[in-house]
Design a protein around this ligand. Structure first.
Ligand SMILES: [Zn+2]
Length: 373
């Protein structure tokens, strides 16, 4: 423990020099700058969501919720408490993120400078060197962890654990700059002429991926942070499909080469596939196919490219026809009945059809019939 602490202190000292003359060398090592003591920050998890206080009063829970730049409950005042240790307080209060030594739960409690109320910061390679592990000063082998239940705890430190990897962004940040942004590898060996096109699409999809998460996962489960896009000569019917490679566990989007050559202006079909990637770890996934396809088209046609999607559906279509019929239905219900969380709820609830009546008092058939076609 002493050794780890000393090593971290050395890292912190080096990082502090960034503001001095060693800028080039430190930048090359990708070390993230330490927080500005006393400033307000957002603390976002690489497993999804952001750290949120529940109450300004002592004893409140510390939880993880979907990144929301308009929520003051996702801002924290980070202060240098000396000797390479930091407190993380609810702004305007003296309540700090505090480890319960007995149960290893985490809450916000009146700060008296105790070891279990201070943290030391270890910059890791996750997120191109942006991520931090937050080690408890009272036991440096334990790090602040996003719980699967969206609470917080401390668990054994592991730099590779995304649930322990946090971004610290000043509260002026409007989108999580790195957290939630995926690494995407490309394979265009079967269509080298499409390489420059695919490289361009990759940037757009990676930039939009955190938004997909904020629309439909809200930190409720971890969206995969790595996937591949493959130009696939065996695919000749649909524009693309998404699958998990059973050999190596990697998510793959397979793309139709002929479709792509004829539709270079289309990025939306890759966004649709990226939605399938993002929801793959959803415990409620496996709900009806039409809902999955409707949600993917809803993200594409009502969020990524609102107003420009084809939004085609015919007289025989129904709310559960999938794709654009269902996308239009989701958009209609969420706007008409003031249900901005509808897509998230559809994604995270085991679908049994009762959600429509619970949210609107009407059956899906009634809602479909009243929807302007
Ligand atoms: Zn699809």
């Amino acid at each position: 423990m002493i050794t780890r602490r000393a090593a971290a202190a050395a890292v912190l000292t080096a990082a502090t020099v960034v503001s001095g003359t060693a800028l080039g060398a430190q930048s090359a090592s990708a070390a993230e700058s330490l927080p500005v003591s006393g400033a307000d920050y957002r603390i976002s998890s690489y497993a999804g969501g952001a750290l949120q206080w529940v109450s300004p009063n002592a004893g409140g829970d510390v939880v993880v919720r979907d990144w929301n730049e308009s929520s003051v409950q996702q801002t924290w005042t980070i202060r240098d408490e000396g000797n390479g240790t930091w407190s993380i307080k609810v702004p305007g209060t003296n309540n700090a993120v505090d480890r319960d030594r007995g149960r290893n739960t985490v809450g916000s409690w009146n700060y008296i400078g105790a070891d279990n109320q201070r943290w030391w910061l270890e910059n890791t390679s996750t997120g191109n060197g942006r991520a931090w592990l937050l080690h408890s000063v009272s036991d440096g082998n334990l790090c602040l962890t996003r719980g699967a239940d969206l609470g917080t705890t401390v668990t054994g430190c592991n730099a590779g654990d995304l649930a322990q990897s946090w971004n610290l962004d000043r509260n002026t940040a409007t989108t999580p700059p790195t957290a939630g942004r995926p690494t995407i590898d490309l394979d265009y060996s079967q269509a080298p002429d499409l390489g420059p096109w695919l490289e361009q699409q990759k940037r757009t999809v990676a930039d939009y991926y955190p938004k997909i998460s904020s629309l439909i996962t809200r930190g409720a489960f971890a969206a995969p942070t790595y996937f591949r896009i493959i130009m696939d000569p065996t695919l000749t019917k649909n524009p693309a499909y998404t699958t998990k490679n059973l050999g190596n566990g990697v998510m793959e989007i397979h793309v139709n080469i002929g479709y792509t050559r004829a539709n270079k202006g289309d990025t939306g079909f890759l966004v649709h596939e990226a939605v399938h990637v993002a929801v793959w770890n959803n415990p409620a996934r496996g709900h009806d196919w039409w809902l999955g396809e409707g949600l993917a088209d809803w993200v594409r046609d009502y969020n990524f490219q609102p107003g420009t999607g084809a939004q085609h559906f015919g007289p025989d279509d129904h709310y559960d026809s999938g794709y654009q019929a269902t996308a239009r239905f989701i958009d209609y219900v969420s706007k008409t009945y003031n249900q901005p969380d509808l897509a998230y709820r559809l994604n995270t609830t085991d679908y049994d059809g009762s959600i429509w009546a619970r949210l609107t008092g009407k059956s899906p058939e009634q809602l479909w019939n009243e929807m302007p076609k």
